[in-house]
Design a protein around this ligand. Sequence first.
Ligand SMILES: Cc1cc2nc3c(=O)[nH]c(=O)nc-3n(C[C@H](O)[C@H](O)[C@H](O)COP(=O)(O)OP(=O)(O)OC[C@H]3O[C@@H](n4cnc5c(N)ncnc54)[C@H](O)[C@@H]3O)c2cc1C
Ligand SMILES: NC(=O)c1ccc[n+]([C@@H]2O[C@H](COP(=O)([O-])OP(=O)(O)OC[C@H]3O[C@@H](n4cnc5c(N)ncnc54)[C@H](O)[C@@H]3O)[C@@H](O)[C@H]2O)c1
Length: 474
Amino acid sequence: MTTTEYDLIVLGAGAVGENVADRAVQGGLSVVIVENELVGGECSYWACMPSKALLRSGQALRAAQRVPGAAEAVTGDLNVDAVLARRDSFTSNWSDDSQVKWLDSAGIDLIRGYGRITAPKQVTVTGADGSTTVLTARHAVSVATGSRALIPDIDGLRAANPWTSREATSAKKAPASLVILGGGVVGAEMATAFADFGTTVTIVARSGLLSGMEPFAGELVTEALRERGVTVLLGTEARRVTRSDAGVTVETSDGESISAEEILVATGRSPRTDDIGLDAVGLRPGDWLDTDDTMLVRGFDWLYAAGDVTHRALLTHQGKYQARASGDVIAARAAGRPVSDNAWGSHVATADHEAVPQVTFTEPEVASVGLTEDAAKKAGYDVRSVDYQIGHVAGASVYADGYRGQARMVVDERRKVVVGVTFVGPDVSELLQAATIAVVGEVPIDRLWHAVPAYPTVNEIWLRLLETYGRPGT
Ligand SMILES: Cc1cc2nc3c(=O)[nH]c(=O)nc-3n(C[C@H](O)[C@H](O)[C@H](O)COP(=O)(O)OP(=O)(O)OC[C@H]3O[C@@H](n4cnc5c(N)ncnc54)[C@H](O)[C@@H]3O)c2cc1C
Ligand SMILES: NC(=O)c1ccc[n+]([C@@H]2O[C@H](COP(=O)([O-])OP(=O)(O)OC[C@H]3O[C@@H](n4cnc5c(N)ncnc54)[C@H](O)[C@@H]3O)[C@@H](O)[C@H]2O)c1
């Protein structure tokens, strides 16, 4: 057994843990990071990057097919083997060598093994060979252990050896048929990717698709998936799953029986906190970690958490944003420097509450930031929403023939600022940052009229939304 002391111990070297560590090192602290699998975590190897690599080729093909002249030049189907090979290059064939090198260059020590909190400011790491290292922290421990796929308690499901997002994003071939449980982001994106690969896809969703978003988002994605041959069963639950040599069979609440080669469970996430020693410091194993906006776990002055494990926003960019705030604040508190923890200060993750951007890379894409109309009303805002068909914008008609898409802007009527925007349509993801700036900057509607979108780009959707809303003072 070896014992070592650092200023900060970070548990979990996903994108979030890496950023907590990096900011703390830049703030002058000595930092060790503990990782049990691959440095880089879920996003690099089994989530964002491989899933987007699986989706991008189909998106590029459809973009060409929507523009006469280009369409005639691309007449074949996707080359699935080439798509999978490109995906493999994004995951570096599931090797973390380059990320380990980055840790080294950033001055962060790495200990490989499984970490558990064994006492206040103490983490014990068990290596693959059974050896243990006891780490003690002079100032703080930050938990960034992420989340894993949640397998719901459905009769026969676990025994059927289902795919989770890990198996879907690392698949070595496209199955002939795939049934997906869950109509959230993972379900909708993976249905899009595997439909592109020629797999016969069925989604079993207990509500509508993408249910936390503006209702038209799920409706447009459902319509497009169905047009491409995907069976989308809404308001339907899986009752029983069985596996045989022929594949899996799902019996649904509608009395239907669906057979497929593979089944993907995409019904949400659970925190990786069940076996990290939370009980040693009075917390309940298996719970999400509740933090304040500096990412300090409530009730502690040394225990921090960031990323998925906090359940604030299960997105890489938001987790990294939390990581920057918390790495900086841990360093500031350790050095006795001033802390800027008022709303929108440099040591807080204020945007997590009402200004989170997200892109769902379906066909059409869904890009949103801030509150939906429904969420804004529930939060007590007096809101007015305006909608516009993106296809009516000149830039969209040039961009693609038959462009179909919808935008909604949600305005807080009291302050006359935008509190939410949703775009649905081909390639709308690149429109999102302007909306994020409008929401975070609380830019008044009458000033937004002076932010002139270039003609003829799809960004003119902003002008149309503003015109539909009406110009204040005229
Ligand atoms: C299919 C899919 C697609 C996604 N696509 C996107 C996307 O396009 N954009 C986006 O923003 N988000 C996306 N997400 C969400 C994103 O992947 C997560 O929000 C992000 O990975 C969370 O990062 P994290 O560092 O908190 O956790 P993780 O990436 O899960 O990292 C946690 C790390 O901690 C390690 N660990 C856990 N416990 C221990 C322990 N006891 N000891 C040592 N190490 C431990 C794990 O091995 C892991 O490496 C997607 C998610 C999925 C499932
Ligand atoms: N592009 C992106 O940004 C991206 C892509 C993928 C995942 N993610 C993140 O990863 C997280 C996980 O995604 P996800 O799709 O697994 O979760 P999710 O929460 O988005 O969707 C899960 C869906 O499964 C349904 N469900 C839950 N239990 C069920 C059951 N027993 N039977 C049938 N349906 C059930 C829920 O009603 C919900 O619609 C999300 O929070 C998302 O933010 C982001």
